[in-house]
Design a protein around this ligand. Structure first.
Ligand code: NAD
Length: 496
């Protein structure tokens, strides 16, 4: 790939220039272009969906035995691993995450394909208990063409979480990656084809979500949308889906509480809270962005937290030791800055950060430091809205009752963290916190074998887990008559 080239995009197995405007993916650490491509046009959306539909009908993919589909998915996992370093470096440039993180995301994508290959070849259908002279079964069928719409913060890992189960289930997939981070999805499509996926079963349509994502969602041949992104976009998609009676899964935003009880192991809690909010520069749906600390511990805990945050290594994403790279774009950094200004206007006090760093690479890229605010109360806007950056609001609490009420007082309910040495208390509290995922004495740990998703404005449906493959299938019941005699209802006349 050279900078002079305009990259082709993948339209149902045909690699050619998109029909939309030429634009570049930029390296957020320097603002320099990484690669140029043409966005897809609305005609490209039509061609991709029609081509995917034909491939679904005629490629034989859906009819292959599960172990045969699984073999292709295992091969995709292998190829991702073989090209792991190249993909991690490309992703570092595409979205500016530190190289240590992008390596982990690439490894996670490979693991996801391996996991769903295994889920595919071991999926069992059910013979249900018979209640008559028949054998009754529940089976699952692929849906057709599904759309995978993904955000910019974890390319390849997000796409893998949708594409792997969708293909394993026998479908065709059209990916609409975030406009500003299109490169890894294109690489993934190449890898799928190289692994032997029949042509046409995968497409990648880079460009504006409000145009292309909308057209895809509305398209009558799209039978399911799996979406990860902001809550406002998710609700818009849910409205379209309601009109089409189309299933969707929506992985949306968060404002997750992290709770430090008075008996917490402080070393573990400080390390966990720092990782929960400041890794990925806070650009994570599950960022632990609201911190509640038991009042007797508050002063000491905050002192240690601020010292720890000040020591985080910020800098070039290519540097192996960097923990925090730049934010994704100038516009996003401006939005984070507006939230910090709002927090101050609401009466918050800065314990750390709040000022753009200067000098060297900090002057070129979209860097923002770890920022900690206190003095706010949970109902204020800064504590209620998702900032999606390295900004933590810290609040002391006096009673468990007050804590539970405030932790649950959010439109979001994606994740939560609890730090306590008392496992029985942490268990009881964990059951009372409303969230799709609760981490106890750890944070932001993931397993592809464990379902993930949010409650309330954080989403609908679940990804991951062995049964995640069923999200991409329609259930069907089959009855096999075993009657020795004709059905009785028509009576003897019918038998004459
Ligand atoms: P976004 O909603 O702006 O965009 C997400 C995707 O949707 C992009 O591909 C975009 O082009 C597309 N899109 C935009 N408008 C659309 C429309 N009208 N119809 C169809 N598609 C459309 O989100 P973003 O800024 O890219 O990502 C950040 C958000 O994603 C944050 O809110 C974050 O919390 C959320 N997120 C959630 C999870 C999760 O698993 N819950 C994971 C990562 C990110």
């Amino acid at each position: 790939m050279t900078l002079e080239q305009t990259l082709p995009i993948c339209i149902a197995g045909t690699w050619r220039l998109g029909g939309g405007e030429r634009y570049a993916s930029h390296y957020p650490a320097t603002g320099e272009p990484v690669a140029w491509l043409n966005a897809a046009s609305l005609d490209d959306v039509e061609e991709a969906v029609q081509g995917a539909h034909q491939a679904f009908l005629h490629s034989g993919w859906a009819q292959r035995k599960p172990h045969e589909r699984a073999a292709v998915l295992y091969r995709i996992a292998e190829l991702i691993r073989e090209r792991g370093e190249e993909l991690a470096q490309l992703q570092r440039q595409d979205n500016g995450k530190p190289i240590s993180e992008t390596r982990a995301l690439v490894a996670s994508a490979a693991g996801t394909f391996q996991f769903f290959a295994s889920a595919c070849e071991t999926l069992e259908e059910t013979i249900t208990p018979s209640r008559g002279d028949f054998v009754s079964m529940s089976v699952h069928e692929p849906m057709g063409v599904v759309a995978a719409i993904t955000p910019w913060n974890s390319p390849i890992a997000s796409e893998a979480q949708k594409v792997a189960p969708a293909l394993a289930a026998g479908n065709a997939v059209v990916i609409k990656p975030a406009e500003i981070t299109p490169l890894l999805a294109l690489q993934l499509a190449q890898i799928c084809e190289a692994a032997g996926l029949p042509k046409g079963l995968i497409s990648v349509l880079p460009g504006k979500g409000s145009v292309l994502g909308d057209a895809l969602t509305q398209h009558p041949l799209i039978k399911r949308v799996s979406f990860t992104g902001g809550t406002r976009t998710g609700k818009h998609i849910a409205h379209i889906a309601a009109d089409k009676m189309m299933p969707v899964s929506l992985e949306l935003g968060g404002k997750s509480p992290t709770i430090v009880l008075e008996d917490a192991d402080l070393d573990h809690a400080v390390a966990g809270v720092l990782y929960g909010i400041f890794s990925s520069s806070g650009e994570a749906c599950i960022a632990g962005s609201r911190l509640f600390v038991a009042r007797p511990l508050y002063a000491e805990f905050m002192q240690r937290l601020v010292a720890g945050a000040a020591r985080l290594r910020r800098g070039a994403p290519a540097d192996e030791s960097t923990q925090m790279g730049p934010l994704i774009s100038a516009a996003h950094r401006a939005s984070v800055e507006r939230y910090v200004a709002l927090g101050l206007a609401e009466g918050g006090r800065l314990l750390l950060g709040g000022q753009r760093p200067a000098g060297g690479i900090f002057d070129q890229g979209y860097f923002y430091p770890p920022t900690i605010l206190e003095g706010l109360n949970n109902s204020q806007q800064t504590c209620q809205e998702e900032i999606f950056g390295p900004v933590l609001v810290a609040m002391p609490f006096d009673s468990e009752e007050q804590l539970i009420e405030q932790a649950n007082d959010s439109l979001y309910a994606l994740a939560a963290g609890i730090w306590s040495r008392d496992y029985k208390r942490a268990w009881a509290l964990g059951r009372k916190i409303q969230a799709g995922t609760v981490w106890i004495n750890t944070y932001k740990q993931f397993s592809i074998s464990t379902p993930f998703g949010g409650w309330r404005d954080s989403g609908l449906g679940r990804e991951k887990g062995r049964l995640g493959i069923l999200q991409y299938m329609e259930q069907k019941s089959l009855y096999w008559g075993m009657n020795e005699q004709p059905l009785a209802w028509a009576g003897v006349e019918a038998r004459a």
